[in-house]
Design a binder for this molecule. Structure first.
Ligand SMILES: [Zn+2]
Length: 150
C-alpha cells in the first residue's frame, strides 16, 4: 500500500457532520477528494478547517489533467511534500505534526517511517543501477538526495 493510502483526515466525524455528507476517512480516497476537497460544501465548514481544506486543494489538486483529481498528481505531489519535510530534517512524528497543522491530515508515525525507509532503499537501487550503467553524474545526484533523507 502506498503511503497516500495511509493518510487520514483529522476530525473526520466533525467534518462529516458539518458537511452533512459522509466521506471516507482516507484523504486520497476518490470520494474524499470529490466531497471534501472539491465539493460545494466547503462553506459549511468552520473557518479553521475551511482554510486547511482549501490549502490542500490549492497545493495538491491544482493540475490541469482531464481526470483531475483522480489523475495521480495529488498523490505524487503529496509524496514530494513528505520527502521535502524529511529533507528539512523532520522525523516521522514531526512530519505528522506538520501535516496536521498544514492540512488537517494525520498518519501513523510508523507508516511514515516505513515510507521514508522505502524511499531511501529505492534511491539506493537507482544509484546502483546508475553506477552499473556508468552514469556517474546520475549516481552522484541520487546519492546526494539519499543523504538528505537520512
Ligand atoms: Zn493531474
Amino acid at each position: 500500500m502506498a503511503i497516500t493510502d495511509k493518510i487520514y483526515v483529522k476530525n473526520h466525524q466533525q467534518l462529516v457532520s458539518q458537511l452533512e455528507t459522509s466521506f471516507p476517512k482516507g484523504a486520497f480516497k476518490g470520494a474524499t477528494l470529490d466531497i471534501l476537497f472539491q465539493g460545494e460544501g466547503l462553506a459549511k465548514l468552520d473557518d479553521a478547517s475551511q482554510d486547511r481544506v482549501l490549502d490542500f486543494a490549492e497545493d495538491f489538486l491544482d493540475c490541469d489533467c482531464q481526470a483531475n483529481p483522480h489523475c495521480g498528481c495529488p498523490e505524487r505531489k503529496f509524496v514530494a511534500y513528505l520527502l521535502e519535510l524529511r529533507e528539512q530534517g523532520l522525523g516521522p512524528d514531526a512530519v505528522v505534526d506538520v501535516m496536521s497543522d498544514d492540512y488537517l491530515l494525520y498518519a501513523y508515525p510508523g507508516d511514515v517511517l516505513s515510507f521514508l525507509d522505502d524511499s531511501v532503499r529505492t534511491l539506493e537501487a537507482v544509484e546502483t543501477l546508475a553506477e552499473v550503467d556508468g552514469r556517474d553524474d546520475v549516481a552522484e545526484e541520487v546519492q546526494q538526495r539519499r543523504n538528505r533523507l537520512m
